[in-house]
Design a binder for this molecule. Structure first.
Ligand code: SF4
Ligand code: SF4
Length: 264
C-alpha cells in the first residue's frame, strides 16, 4: 500500500521507538481506499505466501496478478502488483469485506502507514522509517498509539522482513556499484529464483542442475517438499551465481562452471 509518491511522505525520520497515533478497522469512512492507485512491490516471501493462500503455482500467480519491472538502481527485476489491469485496485480487495488475503497480505500492506528506508553508508546499512500520510486516510484521527516497533510486531511485519532480508541485501548491493550492466541471463535467473519458486524447483530437478552441482540428499529432500526451504536455498544459490558469496550447501562439481545454463 505504500505509494512512492513523496508528497505524502512526512519529512520526519522515525526510529523504532518513534510514536504515532493510528488505527484502521472496517468502521473507518475510508475503508479500503488505500488498496488502489498505488504501487505494491512484491517480495519473494510475499509471493510465496500469496500463491500458497490462493492454491496456485507461482507461475500462475505472476501471470494473473503481476507485471515485471526493473529496479532502476540495481538493474535487477522486480515484481509489482498489476493494479492497472484491475481498474486501479488491488485484485484482492472487496468493497465491504476488505482484503480477501488479509492473513497473507504483503509486507508493504503490513507496514502501512509506516514506510521503510534503507541506505548503504560507509558504516553499513542504515535503516529508518517515515510516515505516509495520505489525505484520504482517516486512521490518523483514531486514538490507538503505537511505536514503530510495536506496530511492526502487531502487523507481523518483522517476520516478513526476516524472510526478505537477503533479497533486499542483493538489490542494495547491486545498487551500490552504480548503474551495473546486469546481463539478461542474470536478470532471468534472479526473476526465476526469487519470484517463480515452482519453476526454480523444476529447474533444479528436471534440468542439468544436479549434474553440475553437488547438493546433499537432506537439502534436496527439504527443497523438494518445502517452499520456504527452497527460497532459502535460492538465496544461497543466487549469491553464488552472482559471485557474492560461496555456498556451504551447494558446490559445483569438479570441472563445472559456477553457473548453469540460462533458465529462459
Ligand atoms: S493485499 Fe490486501 S491489504 Fe494489500 S492492497 Fe491488496 S487488498 Fe489491500
Ligand atoms: S484508515 Fe487508512 S489504512 Fe485504514 S482503510 Fe482507511 S485509508 Fe486504508
Amino acid at each position: 500500500m505504500v505509494d512512492l509518491n513523496m508528497r505524502v511522505v512526512q519529512p520526519v525520520r522515525l526510529t523504532p521507538e518513534s510514536r504515532f497515533k493510528f488505527r484502521c478497522h472496517p468502521g473507518v469512512p475510508c475503508f479500503t481506499e488505500c488498496c488502489g492507485k498505488t504501487t505494491i512491490i512484491l517480495t519473494p516471501y510475499d509471493i510465496l505466501r500469496l500463491k500458497e493462500r490462493l492454491g496456485i503455482t507461482s507461475g500462475d500467480f505472476l501471470e494473473a496478478y503481476t507485471r515485471r519491472e526493473e529496479h532502476d538502481k540495481s538493474g535487477l527485476p522486480l515484481v509489482v502488483m498489476d493494479m492497472p489491469r484491475f481498474e486501479g485496485r488491488c485484485p484482492f480487495v472487496r468493497p465491504v469485506t476488505g482484503c480477501q488475503v488479509y492473513s497473507d497480505r504483503p509486507g508493504t500492506c503490513r507496514y502501512y502507514p509506516v514506510g521503510q528506508g534503507l541506505l548503504i553508508t560507509e558504516e553499513g546499512l542504515d535503516e529508518f522509517y517515515f510516515l505516509v500520510k495520505e489525505e484520504h486516510c482517516k486512521g490518523f484521527q483514531e486514538d490507538a498509539e503505537w511505536t514503530v516497533q510495536s506496530w511492526k510486531e502487531d502487523q507481523g511485519a518483522d517476520y516478513y522482513d526476516e524472510m526478505n532480508k537477503e533479497w533486499k541485501a542483493m538489490l542494495l548491493r547491486r545498487s551500490s556499484v552504480g548503474k551495473p550492466d546486469t546481463d539478461e541471463r542474470t536478470k532471468n535467473l534472479f526473476y526465476m529464483v526469487m519470484y517463480d519458486l515452482d519453476q526454480f524447483r523444476r529447474f533444479i530437478f528436471k534440468s542439468r542442475f544436479l549434474q553440475i552441482f553437488n547438493v546433499d540428499e537432506d537439502t534436496l529432500q527439504r527443497i523438494y517438499e518445502d517452499d520456504l526451504e527452497l527460497l532459502q536455498f535460492g538465496y544461497d544459490y543466487l549469491k553464488m551465481a552472482m559471485k557474492i558469496k560461496e555456498s556451504d550447501s551447494i558446490k559445483p562439481k569438479e570441472g563445472e562452471k559456477t553457473t548453469p545454463a540460462s533458465p529462459a
